[in-house]
Design a protein around this ligand. Structure first.
Ligand code: KG4
Ligand code: ZN
Length: 399
């Protein structure tokens, strides 16, 4: 086994939703391989993830995906130091496939098994990218996790309780290559979350209403960019939430789009044309753009403006409230081009640094799971054969 703090090769396994993923990451920071088998083609015709189909597909994919991750890393299973697996939150039937496989592998190889919270994985994704670029986020930070299943804001600090005797104390903000904050483990405080739909879910539902296919985020992102000069057919005001001002809500916006479409039957012909195109397998941006009139493009842009504005304003407010210098943004919607550009601009003018994972590490992957497993590996926080899936799993410092 590699020394605890040097050269630890961890296999990460992720199967919480509709991606079967495996990756090998060294010391929580150097990615040797990252393989993601997407199930989008299977769920597309239902307009969302069908849990039974997802777990069946995970069962089919898990062995070849892990094998490919090992091949790409040019390692054999015996070379691994530990196996990290997503325990939750997510679809229980899907999680169980990864957990059962991870447990079996760990037992057969005599290697430690580490349970990982999927949300903690998304936070580590921002650090993974930063390691590659050589610039590490200073802590404390606020982290926005924004995906198809989650929209949540956390304050992230280096966890005091995670410090281990043989590891030097981290000077917060140090970018020492030996002791980056991500190897020490974090503590979390939830600042706000969505009261209803996640932001990615709103993208997916609005795309469905407009006959633009599934998943909705990538296509709406590109159409909104193409809509630069289209007139606005409607304006969506900021969403107000009673109680915690850092909570989000996206179902009202989705309903506003629905009502707007109902009140304007002139959208219907176009929507039908696009649905026919999708049915015939023409779902690429280049194929759908000519089927979108100015009014549709303007509507998509206004929808995206509203989502990005709400995500940005609450995240900036939380950064101010917590007096942090760093913002982390992770999850599938963090791939959004307008979100990235707007956050960069606002953060720069407020004197803050914002970190995003690359697009591949923003959406679900297993490199982030292997990275999040590393501090637990260093601290000997191992799971045993009783490890079970958790559909909901709050993010706490020492799970
Ligand atoms: O993190 P992820 O892969 O899976 C979940 O944990 O949900 O996120 C998938 C979500 C989908 O809702 C998808 O529409 C959204 O992320 N998404 C985007 C973009 N790319 C993916 N949303 C907005 N803009 C994008 N470019
Ligand atoms: Zn996710």
């Amino acid at each position: 086994m590699a020394s605890k703090h040097n050269g630890a090769r961890i296999l990460g396994i992720e199967s919480s939703c509709d991606e079967t993923a495996a990756a090998v990451v060294v010391d929580g920071r150097r990615i040797l391989s990252s393989v993601v088998a997407s199930q989008i083609d299977i769920h597309r015709k239902y307009g969302g993830v069908v849990p039974e189909l997802a777990s069946r597909e995970h069962s089919r994919q898990i062995v070849p995906v892990v094998r490919e991750a090992m091949e790409q890393a040019a390692l054999s299973l015996e070379d691994l130091d530990a196996i990290g697996v997503t325990q939750g939150p997510g679809l229980v039937g899907s999680l169980l496939v990864g957990i059962t496989y991870g447990k079996t592998l760990a037992h057969a190889l005599g290697k430690p098994l580490i349970a990982v919270n999927h949300l903690e994985g998304h936070i580590h994704a921002a650090f993974l990218e930063a390691h590659e670029s050589g610039e590490l986020p200073r802590l404390p930070a606020v982290c926005l996790i924004v995906s198809g299943g989650h929209t949540v804001l956390y304050e992230v600090r280096v966890s005091d309780s995670s410090r281990v005797p043989h590891m030097p104390v981290l000077h917060v903000g140090s970018s020492s290559q030996d002791d980056p904050p991500s190897s020490l483990g974090f503590s979390y405080r939830k600042l706000g979350q969505t009261r209803d739909d996640a932001a990615g879910e709103a993208y997916d539902k609005v795309a469905k209403l407009l006959g633009l296919g599934y998943p909705g985020g990538p296509i709406l992102d590109r159409l909104a960019t193409a809509a630069k000069h289209a007139p606005a057919p409607v304006k969506f005001g900021p969403t107000k939430t009673r109680g915690n001002p850092l909570d989000f809500s996206f179902s009202g916006l989705k309903t506003a789009v629905l009502y707007h479409l109902r009140e304007h039957p002139e959208y219907n012909g176009e929507i039908r044309n696009r649905e026919e195109a999708l049915h015939a397998g023409r779902r690429k941006f280049e194929e759908l753009l000519p089927l979108c009139g100015e009014q549709t493009l303007g509507l998509v842009r206004e929808f995206q403006n509203a989502v990005v504005r709400d995500l940005l304003e609450r995240t900036m407010a939380s950064a101010e409230e917590c007096s942090v210098e760093t913002i982390l943004v992770s999850g599938g919607v963090a791939a959004n081009s307008q979100l990235r550009a707007t956050f960069e601009q606002r953060a720069a003018s407020a004197g803050l640094k914002v970190f995003f994972p690359s697009r591949n590490l923003s959406t679900d992957n297993a490199a982030m799971i292997a990275a999040a497993a590393y501090p637990r590996y260093v601290q000997n926080q191992f799971a045993d054969v009783t490890l079970n899936a958790k559909a909901s799993m709050p993010l706490e410092s020492n799970q």
